[in-house]
Write a protein that binds this ligand. Structure first.
Ligand code: PRX
Length: 662
């Protein structure tokens, strides 16, 4: 490993030498098989001009990009469109009987929705919302479970030109209220309840609590999912089925400027107040359609499945808009991977003969923990491309995914992007790019990124630093709702040089660029530790831990240490059947020292049955930091499993006196 100096580059300490090239067989059928595409992407405007034809325009644009008011971009200037015409109308006309969604309920109920069905359903709801007073520009909040009406709700808003603001159905009343109020939403669309892990989530009841302090809401539309009796306020609340029953199934799509907002999606930052990320219409539509088609090698006849909840950006872009614009058939699954048993995903893949699976590393690590007997019970040979998103995937999880799900045959697309970027930015092209386990590889054509040091200078290959995006891209966030200054400040101030008219987007992630120029994401920069002047990524230590045969999952945080600045505190979940003891702690510490270097050896290791996670599956390192520093726990309301943190805190206290911090 490299010796520490005081420069602020992040030291990238891991070496991964395995390589996986697309097979000749895959290349022969791939949508994109020639590396020449990267050259085409070199001329950003010309590249994105070409791909604009994936979308139906009511009025053609006059200019691809206007960057004169940077960092506030305008894409497809003067272009007019309604995104639902690309997503629905053209398919409802050309292939009305093609399936848009196979819905699979958690309890096994199913529904098949064709493009014509979806078109009609969206028009009906758009008409109903219009009758409730929703007009172009009004915000509509959506708080739902994964039912077919969820995509319908987004699309109905888009049909009217009313920006939707989806709040994930796992969030609390408080979160919902704050988001409704920030956006001054006029209507809320929700469900009576949703099914989750065999139980019920009382969405309407939670919404009622929020609504008592959300004065902007004039009406509430309630989808009946479980049929539970819920409180309905006369004149304010209506059942979805009552509203649509007599509504017309035709609705002219509102004409939108390419730069009219399509949606707001809130995301947390470093302050308590969530940021309402604003996406507009034209650039977003082109961006999601292009990336979806290329990254997943989408073909007519494919059955594509993205397991993300529509409540997150992955659901917006790759369950709803991207797949529908590309006219593909998707599966929409309501529930969790372990209901009724731990093979539910594999059963669904076999049942529908899924061709593309797009899921999260956290799920893959969970599947690893459960064991290979679950996937091996099912025929997964229909799969062609498998993808991941949301966090770095450690090489061991990548290899497991490759072997046990992809059958050593399917290219893996590790896709890096963010709520703010709107669509995938860094990812292999499955028919072109040689992959390396754990690397998102290289930026997509038409996307330009760099890795820079603290002064914004590009680092040489083989070094680490901060990931930045150096040129605008079509799906980029346009602003933070009602707060353009914050937008500028959070994303565009760190490395931009306005005096030179140089605008650079700072993603907040650390990254390493290896000797071949491949990008390795190292986690958020606030998850970077500093041990004895060495900056070490939490992820690299986690990868090293998970690399040990006894470990299923690991989370690492830096805690203050009088001698070393920070010391590394690790929290480890062992594979089923393995017992954690002092001998194993010593072994794991040595394992990390061998894989990365002594400096990365965790000062303490606490075994835990589960890690504290948000409902979207992200590990809450902030809480682990609180535990490690024996502080009062911060906000735990977004945790999926609150009890876990108290249990870990007790264990950490006991073991911190036993472990030594060197
Ligand atoms: O840290 C990166 C991580 O997720 C962050 C964005 O989170 P969010 O806005 O919730 O969007 C998640 C789904 C697009 C990024 O800043 N991240 C996302 N994808 C990857 C990733 N980290 C490493 N590798 C990825 N493939």
């Amino acid at each position: 490993m490299t010796k520490g100096d005081n420069s602020s580059t992040i030291e990238a300490l891991f070496d991964e030498n395995r390589r996986f090239s697309p097979s000749e067989e895959f290349k022969a059928q791939a949508n994109v098989a020639s590396p020449a595409i990267y050259e085409q992407g070199g001329d950003v405007e010309s590249y994105w001009r070409t791909h604009a034809s994936r979308v139906t325009w009511k009025t053609p644009f006059t200019k691809v990009l206007d960057w004169s008011e940077a960092p506030f971009a305008k894409w497809y200037v003067d272009g007019k469109l309604n995104i639902t015409e690309s997503a629905l109308d053209i398919h409802a006309q050309a292939t009305p009987n093609k399936v848009a969604y196979y819905f699979e309920g958690e309890h096994g109920d199913t529904k098949t929705i064709t493009y014509l069905d979806l078109y009609k359903e969206v028009c009906k709801l758009a008409n109903a919302l219009s009758d409730l007073g929703v007009r172009k520009g009004d915000r509509v909040a959506i708080y739902m479970g994964m039912v077919p009406e969820f995509p319908v709700a987004l699309l109905a808003c888009a049909r009217l030109g009313a920006p939707h603001s989806v709040v994930f159905g796992g969030f609390s009343s408080d979160s919902l209220r704050n988001r409704i109020n920030d956006a001054s939403a006029k209507v809320l669309i929700t469900c009576d309840e949703s099914w989750r892990n065999g139980g019920r989530v009382a969405l309407k009841e939670l919404a009622d609590v929020a609504l008592s302090e959300s004065p902007s809401i004039e009406h509430v539309v309630v989808v009946q999912r479980t049929g539970a009796p819920v409180n309905m306020v006369e004149g304010r609340d209506y059942y979805y089925h009552d509203l649509v029953v007599n509504a017309s199934d035709e609705r002219v799509a509102e004409e939108m400027d390419a730069e009219d907002p399509l949606f707001i999606l809130y995301t947390s930052g470093t302050t308590a107040k969530p940021k309402g990320i604003v996406h507009t219409t034209g650039g977003y539509a082109v961006g999601v359609a292009t990336t979806h088609s290329m990254v997943f090698d989408i073909k007519d006849g494919d059955i594509y499945w993205c397991t993300a909840d529509v409540g997150w950006v992955t659901g917006h872009s790759y369950v709803v808009y991207g797949p529908l614009i590309n006219g593909v058939t998707s599966v929409l699954y309501e529930g969790v991977p372990h209901f009724p048993d731990k093979d539910r995903y594999w059963e669904i893949i076999e049942k529908y003969k899924i061709t593309q699976l797009y899921t999260a590393p956290t799920s893959i690590r969970t599947f690893m923990k459960w064991g290979t007997e679950y996937p091996s019970k099912h025929d997964l040979t229909s799969l062609r491309v498998i993808g991941t998103v949301g966090e770095p995937i450690n090489p061991e999880a990548w290899m497991w995914y490759n072997e046990f799900i992809g059958n050593n045959r399917c290219p893996i697309v590790d896709t890096w992007w963010q709520t703010e970027t709107g669509h995938i930015m860094i990812s292999p092209l499955p028919g072109v790019t040689t992959t390396k386990p754990g690397s998102a590889t290289v930026p997509l054509p038409g996307i330009n990124v760099d890795v820079v040091d603290d002064d914004g200078n590009s680092v040489p290959n083989g070094s680490g630093g901060y990931l930045i995006v150096t040129q605008p891209w079509p799906g980029m966030a346009r602003t933070i709702f009602n707060d353009p200054e914050r937008f500028k400040d959070v994303y565009w101030s760190k490395f931009s040089k306005p005096e030179e008219n140089k605008w650079v987007y700072f993603a907040g992630d650390g990254a390493k660029r290896d000797l071949d120029g491949y990008i390795w994401l190292l986690g958020r920069v606030d998850d970077v530790m500093n041990v004895s002047g060495h900056r070490i990524s939490t992820l690299e230590v986690e990868s090293a831990l998970v690399d040990h045969q006894a470990v299923a999952e690991a989370a690492v945080v830096g805690r203050n240490d009088a001698t070393t600045g920070q010391a590394i505190a690790a929290f480890v979940t062992l594979k089923g059947g393995v017992q954690g003891d002092d001998k194993l702690i010593a072994e794991l510490r040595d394992h990390v020292a061998t894989k990365i270097g002594k400096i990365a050896r965790p000062a303490s290791i606490v075994f835990t049955d589960e890690l504290p996670k948000t409902r979207s599956g992200k590990i809450m390192r902030r809480l682990l930091r609180d535990i490690s520093e024996q502080r009062q726990l911060g906000d735990v309301t977004t945790l999926a499993n609150e009890d876990v943190v108290h249990e870990i805190a007790a264990r950490a206290k006991a073991s911190q006196s036993a472990n030594s911090a060197e």
